[in-house]
Design a protein around this ligand. Structure first.
Ligand code: PLP
Length: 429
């Protein structure tokens, strides 16, 4: 019987055995935090008592951002006004900030430009890629498990260029690519399952067939090494509001391989990408290099918030981030196995380190209600339809104590919300 509408059944007490193991896990988590070489980075962020495991959706606020934005508004805009386009470096911010992201995704300077949303950059990359592909190409391949926007944009780009779209599971792309394939658009980490796709292998197979590789790095940049230059990726896009902590709606980026830059014909050739933007020439002449990826006037406030957010990466190696990410997700999975009632959740994130991103996704009945219960108790992850709980681990600020607490609270919520019980109804009880 419900005590009141929406109030779950009383929790079934964990066994004394589990309580003893929990005490051991807490002690273990504290030791792991003490030994963690990245632990001090947490102080670079504004955090509270909430266990925040949604940095794979919206990264936490770096402490330096509010002060920087206050200065941009009061001084650069308020006092310098138009002069800031040159004197405060506003005009060149898209390339300058691209160069700050570049080392995190394995790119040399001059290969990344920041601006627009990921969706818009997918459009630029796919149409630009098709325009560089061989004449006989008739199709593009799209990751069948992609975040939906990439698929929507790719279908529109294909319609505009007269090509067909073929959805293919990432693991099948190497076998399915043919000499008629212009390019494949693939997510590096699957947003739903957290599975890491084989960027080097798929890129190599695409190149062997004469196709270009276009990668969406939204769920990998800032969480693990990407190696764009090393693996000869052609084009890549990604957002900056997840593991790069740029803030809500912060601008995305576009990577273009150096040898392709002067062949890249943008489908959105706005004046910012012109060789002489202030020449006001009615005819379009593209700029050289990565500037070609720009479109219109950059969103300066968001862009400069992102720039300040990227300062947290000073002295941080992405390899160390990866090591901690795997340790955190391993530890969380162990804790879930200990605390969750048997059979209630199933990890859809691969256990194999070579195939895991930086999130753990658990399939679970009544996942929406379970996540609500977690959030009410101060553990914030998220939920994807129909039945996936997602827990994102941001090694810059997530601790092992966070991982243990999240799993323990998950166990409590699952015991309170039995699998077969209907959603608590307003029964007036
Ligand atoms: C893999 C992936 N691609 C694209 C997007 C969409 O990005 P935007 O809203 O910046 O266009 C997201 C958003 O979460 C994403 O996860």
């Amino acid at each position: 019987m419900s005590e009141s509408p929406g109030t779950p059944e009383p929790a079934e007490a964990p066994s004394p055995d589990v309580e003893a193991q929990a005490a051991q896990q807490v002690a273990h988590a504290r030791r792991l935090d003490t030994d963690d070489p990245l632990a001090a980075l947490r102080d670079r962020f504004t955090l509270d008592d909430v266990t925040y495991l949604d940095g794979n959706s919206l990264g936490a606020l770096p402490r330096a951002v509010p002060g920087r934005i206050a200065d941009v508004i009061a001084r650069e805009w308020g006092e310098l006004r138009i002069r800031s386009w040159t004197e405060s470096g506003w005009w060149t911010a898209p390339e300058r900030i691209g160069d700050k992201i570049a080392p995190l995704i394995g790119a040399a300077p001059g290969r990344v430009v920041v601006g627009d949303s990921t969706s818009v950059n997918v459009f630029k990359a796919v149409v630009g890629g098709i325009r560089m592909a061989g004449k006989g190409c008739t199709e593009i391949l799209v990751d069948a498990t992609t975040f939906p926007t990439d698929g929507y944009i790719a279908r529109s780009a294909a319609r505009m260029t007269g090509l067909a779209v073929r959805p293919v599971e990432p693991a099948r792309i190497s076998d399915e690519v043919t000499e008629r394939t212009a390019l494949a658009l693939v997510n590096h980490v699957d947003y739903r399952t957290g599975a890491l796709n084989d960027l080097p292998g798929i890129t190599h197979a695409l190149h062997s067939a004469g196709a270009l590789a276009v990668w969406d790095l939204c769920h990998s940049a800032g969480a693990l090494p990407v190696g764009l230059d090393a693996h000869h990726v052609d084009l890549a896009v990604g957002c900056t509001y997840k593991y790069l902590n740029g803030g809500p709606g912060s601008p995305a980026y576009l990577y273009i391989r150096e040898s392709l830059q002067n062949r890249f014909e943008s489908p959105l050739p706005g004046w910012n990408s012109h060789a002489e933007p202030f020449g006001m020439d009615p005819n379009y002449t593209p700029a050289d290099g990565i500037v070609r990826g720009r479109v219109g006037t950059p969103d300066i406030l968001s862009l400069l918030a992102l720039e300040a957010a990227l300062d947290v990466w000073e002295d941080v190696s992405i390899e160390d981030v990866r090591t901690k990410s795997l340790a955190l997700t391993d530890f969380f999975l162990d804790c879930v196995a200990l605390y969750a009632p048997p059979g209630r959740v199933r990890s859809v994130t691969p256990y194999d380190h070579r195939r895991r991103g930086s999130q753990v996704s658990l399939e679970c009945s009544r996942a929406g209600g379970v996540m609500d219960g977690l959030i009410r108790r101060g553990v914030v992850g998220d939920f994807r339809e129909p039945d996936v709980l997602r827990f994102g681990f941001t090694p810059l600020y997530t601790s092992f104590v966070d991982a243990e607490r999240a799993a323990r609270v998950l166990g409590e919520v699952l015991r309170e919300l039995p699998e077969e019980q209907p959603e608590p109804a307003g029964d007036g009880g």
